[in-house]
Design a protein around this ligand. Structure first.
Ligand SMILES: C[S@@+](CC[C@H](N)C(=O)[O-])C[C@H]1O[C@@H](n2cnc3c(N)ncnc32)[C@H](O)[C@@H]1O
Length: 211
């Protein structure tokens, strides 16, 4: 990818990337996912970045099969490097860009989709494509787990308002998304927001259920 795709300096050893943010949030995210992801689920992760979230979660939940993905080749190489420690459980990373038309067409058999920190660091169309793909990929018991900061009207934290300005200055197509708008694009594809969990640093973990 030509444009920046993340906001931090990541350490690198061989192909393996270490994201300071993922290092901090993988524990609280893992705890919530552990409570909600069904036994033996096959999870598609969109925008896996360094690959640390999948690696951490699969350590907690050996029953789960994890499919990482990212449009960025350097990130995919890192995801594959982390996957070496979870043989057979974390699959080879796929090139998936939710802004591509019919990006889901060669993918099957996922019960859940997990996506962290993408929708504000990508054009709005990436979120719309994610919701549309979820409709095609998930059956009636499927969940989408969406993690990140959101605009929540008068309840929006000042840190997220500042972050939104910062993102837009970097790229006018980026920005902290309105929770109401995210709910709307998912409901258009048949998903209800069933759970909104307050996470550290004014992030949220949203759970959408196919209805
Ligand atoms: C800030 S990183 C987040 C990585 C990881 N999920 C995390 O929370 O540590 C954003 C990621 O989104 C990916 N991305 C950006 N646009 C995308 C799109 N349209 N479809 C899928 N992934 C995308 C980037 O390549 C990058 O790896």
């Amino acid at each position: 990818m030509k444009h920046p795709i993340h906001l931090e300096t990541r350490e690198q050893t061989g192909a393996r990337l270490f994201s300071p943010t993922a290092g901090r949030n993988k524990d609280p995210i893992g705890k919530v996912l552990d409570e909600h992801i069904p036994q033996n689920a096959k999870v598609l992760e969109i925008a896996s970045g360094s690959g640390e979230h999948g690696h951490h979660f699969c350590g907690l939940r050996p029953d789960v099969i994890w499919q990482p993905s990212d449009p960025d080749t350097v990130s995919r190489a890192s995801q594959d490097d982390w996957a070496i420690e979870r043989p057979g459980q974390i699959l080879t990373s796929l090139s998936v860009n939710t802004m591509d038309e019919n990006w889901w067409k060669d993918l099957t058999e996922f019960e859940n989709i997990y996506c962290a920190n993408m929708v504000h660091i990508a054009p709005w169309e990436a979120a719309c494509g994610l919701a549309e793909g979820a409709k095609h990929l998930l059956n009636e018991t499927g969940f989408v787990f969406l993690y990140g900061p959101f605009m929540e009207g008068d309840d929006t934290a000042q840190s997220n308002l500042d972050f939104d300005e910062n993102l837009k200055a970097r790229n006018p197509r980026w920005g902290v998304r309105k929770l109401s708008a995210v709910k709307h694009i998912f409901s258009e594809q048949g998903f209800n927001l069933t759970t909104r969990i307050v996470m550290p640093k004014e992030n949220r973990l949203l759970i959408f259920k196919n209805s």
